[in-house]
Ligand binder design. Structure first.
Ligand SMILES: [Zn+2]
Length: 259
């Protein structure tokens, strides 16, 4: 089943709209992910999840946003960040275009933690601006959230080991494109557990601190990549996908009858 909108003609997209298929917009980032992973890590992860989820729930996937909110790592070469207002405008424009074309369910599937609160704000704004004219709903979620409990149970690192470039993301890359991961470059790299985590139960507040720079020998990692493996990665991806699929089932039970 072809799910990528970028590989479809415009009338194939028109058919998808007529069939009331959900459209998934993956939101990624271009940023440093340690000495061992490529800068498109988050974009790849959001798009990979979007495509696999779309196959399961008969949705389509819009082209991913490769630029997100990455100011945390802007001192590291290869990081390209949008400012928050511009990022929100871009997501808003993409969402508005899809709503005006007739899509009835938009899913912002996020792969870079700092984009998450902005995606929520944009989802709210799309409803506030367009709900009198168009009949639609918008869902905003980070791909690890619905399956977080299950992913947490599969981990080897302690709480704080799965922030950024740590066990979870490294396992994801090892499971899906190991040729781009350089585990040997982690030798001697100090990557301590951090005060936050993508999937562990944490205090529900966010604290913003001074950002890391390469000249303090920071590895651009928050968490512990040493515990990563392709095997756990595969199990974590399955857990994440199952969580997302159940979420869609609740929001949009009609997808099961679709071809
Ligand atoms: Zn990441």
């Amino acid at each position: 089943m072809k799910v990528e909108m970028s590989h479809m003609t415009w009338d194939e997209v028109k058919d998808a709209i007529a069939e009331e298929k959900m459209v998934i917009v993956p939101t990624g980032a271009t940023e440093a992910h340690g000495p061992h992973m490529p800068t498109d890590t988050d974009t790849h992860q959001a798009e990979w999840m979007a495509i696999e989820l779309a196959k399961r729930v008969k949705a389509v996937v819009a082209p991913p946003l490769a630029y997100g909110i990455s100011k945390t790592f802007e001192h590291f070469p290869g990081t390209i960040s949008l400012s928050i207002p511009i990022y929100q405008e871009v997501v808003y424009e993409v969402g508005s275009a899809l709503i005006k074309q007739g899509f009835k369910h938009l899913l912002f599937l996020n792969g870079n933690r700092p984009n998450g609160t902005s995606n929520d704000a944009v989802a709210r704004r799309l409803i506030d601006d367009h709900d009198q004219e168009y009949d639609f709903m918008v869902t905003a979620v980070s791909y690890w959230e619905p399956g977080a409990q299950k992913i947490h149970e599969l981990r080897r690192s302690g709480v704080g080991g799965m922030g950024h470039g740590g066990e979870f993301e490294t396992s994801f890359q090892l499971a899906t494109r190991p040729d781009l991961v350089h585990m040997d470059r982690l030798e001697g790299v100090y990557a301590p557990l951090v005060g936050w985590d993508l999937v562990a139960p944490v205090i529900p507040s966010r604290t913003y601190r001074r950002r890391p720079t390469p000249d303090t020998n920071h590895a651009s990692i928050f968490g512990d990549p040493h515990e990563a493996s392709a095997e756990t990665g595969k199990e974590m991806l399955e857990a994440a996908l199952n969580g997302l699929e159940s979420m869609i089932k609740e929001l949009q039970p009609a997808y099961e009858e679709r071809k």
